[in-house]
Design a binder for this molecule. Structure first.
Ligand SMILES: Nc1ncnc2c1ncn2[C@@H]1O[C@H](COP(=O)(O)OP(=O)(O)OP(=O)(O)O)[C@@H](O)[C@H]1O
Ligand SMILES: [Mg+2]
Length: 211
């Protein structure tokens, strides 16, 4: 199964979710590969180097750019899950991966700036579906405030409901320091102590793969 984590916007949490979903899928006993498709920002490569240096369980990572279609097709025959971390812009990598992915995972933050870009991503998604009609798309709210009084989550849910092309994940990923620490330590939050973050990633992973 090919999971593509992408957006046309930078900094929404693509790499954070990609590595965390990858670690959880590995923990569940799957054979996985993480594909870093961003030629400029090397979050996954750096994370994986730190993981290696700290002696944590190896995760296969590879860098791929340009047209990803053929390489993803080949990898999907060898691994249970291929997880692609796309660049933070409308890119050839994202567009070609969309034509072969099984699930498109779109992280976004419940801010107006992020919500405003949804329409653009939906346009790209719709074009990709002409080539890949089976493609599923799931949006994941990331960095939501843990303050229970905030209306951001409810408002973002209402906004996303106007895009039937993308299902909004039930699981909300909140703003937590552990998500920043995991990137710099080469870990996934499921390997760390924060039980709330761990539950979020486990529930989200189930939603993404069983949907
Ligand atoms: N849920 C979260 N809680 C706290 N910090 C977060 C969370 N998600 C992401 N971050 C932080 O936000 C920043 C951007 O995240 P990340 O690198 O995953 O985004 P990205 O979409 O991959 O960015 P780019 O487009 O540059 O590749 C990082 O510093 C990361 O640690
Ligand atoms: Mg990234």
């Amino acid at each position: 199964m090919i999971l593509l984590v992408g957006h046309q916007k930078g900094g929404v949490g693509k790499s954070t979710l990609a590595v965390n979903i990858a670690v959880e899928l590995q923990r569940l006993g799957n054979d996985i590969i993480l594909v870093e498709a961003d030629p400029t920002v090397h979050t996954v490569t750096n994370w994986s180097r730190d993981r290696e240096e700290n002696g944590y369980r190896h995760i296969q990572t590879v860098q791929k750019t340009g047209n990803l279609r053929a390489s993803l097709d080949e990898m999907s025959g060898k691994y249970d899950y291929v997880i692609v971390d796309a660049p933070g812009k409308d890119s050839r990598e994202m567009r070609t991966a969309l034509t072969i992915a099984d699930v498109f995972v779109m992280p976004f933050q419940p801010s107006q700036a992020d919500l405003d870009t949804t329409e653009g991503v939906v346009g790209t998604l719709t074009e990709a579906k002409d080539f890949n009609p089976e493609l599923k798309a799931i949006a994941v709210m990331n960095r939501a405030a843990t303050n229970v009084f905030t209306k951001d989550i409810k408002e973002a849910r209402e906004y996303m409901a106007s895009f039937p092309e993308i299902i909004l994940a039930e699981t909300v990923v909140h703003e937590r320091k552990v998500y920043q620490n995991c990137l710099s330590e080469g870990l996934g939050v499921v390997e760390m102590k924060d039980s709330k973050a761990k539950a979020e990633v486990q529930l989200l992973t189930q939603e993404v793969i069983t949907w």
